[in-house]
Design a protein around this ligand. Structure first.
Ligand SMILES: C[S@@+](CC[C@H](N)C(=O)[O-])C[C@H]1O[C@@H](n2cnc3c(N)ncnc32)[C@H](O)[C@@H]1O
Length: 240
C-alpha cells in the first residue's frame, strides 16, 4: 500500500475511533503534503501541510529570533531536541540552518502528517538537505527524556508548548488554531525541569511576548519578535 493510502487509512481509523476531537476534521492526502480542513461553525479553517509550500519557504530567513536563540557565540550548537514537534515548522527552520533535529510529537495524527510531508521533502532537491537532518519520533517527550541515558548528547533542548487561548489577543495562524483543536500539552513542566538537567548547553522556550516565563527561574537571555519571545536557559555557562 502506498504511503498516501496508508495515511488516509490512518485518518479514517482515528475517525472510526469516534474521538470527539476528530469529528470536525477532514484530511486530504496530496503528493507533497496533507490538506487539513477543520469545520466548526461558523469557522472553516484550512491548512496545507507541506514542507515545500512557498509560504513556509519564506519563513526560513537566518536572522529570525528562533535561529539566534538556538545558537551560541562558539557556533557549537549542532544537535537539537525539539520536545514539542507539532507541524515541524520550527524543526524545519532549524534544520535548514544547519542543525540536526530530533523532533518528538505525542499526537498520532499530527505525527503522521509531519512524517508524510517530511518524506516528500526528502525527495525534493530544494528541501532534501534540511529534511534529511530531521528525525521524527512518535512519543511523549517526558518518556523520551526519562529514558535518555547519554544525558548531554543534545546541545539544545527546545520547547514550544501550545499557548493558552487568550480572549484579548488576536487568534493565531490557522495551522496553530487547528493544532489547538487536535491536541494538547502534556507534562510540560516536568519536561522543562528534565530538559534543564539533560541539555548540553541550553534550553530554549517559545512564549507569547507578554506572558509569564514557563517557571520561576529567570531566563539568561531573551530574543524577541513582535508577538513571541524565546527564553534561553543556559545549562553550561562556558558556552553561551
Ligand atoms: C505549539 S505546538 C508546536 C508547534 C511547532 N513548534 C511547529 O513549529 O509546528 C505544540 C506541540 O507539542 C505537542 N506536545 C505537547 N506536549 C507533548 C509531550 N509531552 N510530548 C510530545 N509532544 C507534545 C502537541 O501535541 C503539539 O503538537
Amino acid at each position: 500500500m502506498s504511503e498516501a493510502a496508508d495515511l488516509s487509512k490512518e485518518a479514517k481509523f482515528l475517525g472510526n475511533l469516534d474521538q470527539e476531537i476528530y469529528r470536525n476534521l477532514n484530511i486530504t492526502v496530496v503528493e507533497d503534503g496533507v490538506i487539513i480542513d477543520w469545520f466548526q461553525s461558523p469557522d472553516h479553517l484550512q491548512f496545507k501541510h507541506s514542507y515545500t509550500e512557498p509560504r513556509l519557504i519564506r519563513r526560513l530567513q537566518p536572522r529570525q529570533a528562533l535561529v539566534k536563540a538556538c545558537n551560541n557565540k562558539q557556533h557549537s550548537i549542532n544537535r537539537i531536541l525539539d520536545l514539542t514537534g507539532g507541524w515541524g515548522i520550527d524543526s524545519l527552520i532549524l534544520a535548514y540552518h544547519g542543525r540536526n533535529v530530533t523532533m518528538l510529537e505525542h499526537n498520532e495524527l499530527v505525527y503522521h502528517v509531519a512524517s508524510y510531508s517530511l518524506n516528500y521533502a526528502r525527495s525534493i532537491q530544494h528541501t532534501r538537505a534540511a529534511a534529511e537532518c530531521i528525525e521524527i519520533i512518535h512519543i511523549n517527550s517526558l518518556d523520551f527524556l526519562l529514558a535518555l541515558k547519554d544525558s548531554k548528547i543534545y546541545d539544545c533542548i527546545y520547547l514550544d508548548p501550545l499557548f493558552p487561548d487568550h480572549k484579548s489577543s488576536a487568534k493565531p495562524a490557522g495551522e496553530m488554531q487547528i493544532l489547538q483543536h487536535l491536541t494538547q500539552n502534556q507534562d510540560i513542566d516536568q519536561c522543562f525541569e528534565l530538559a534543564l538537567e539533560k541539555a548540553g548547553k541550553r534550553v530554549v522556550v517559545k512564549r507569547p511576548a507578554k506572558s509569564r516565563p514557563i517557571s520561576d527561574l529567570s531566563a539568561d537571555l531573551v530574543y524577541r519578535e513582535k508577538t513571541i519571545r524565546y527564553d534561553v536557559y543556559l545549562t553550561n555557562r562556558g558556552n553561551y
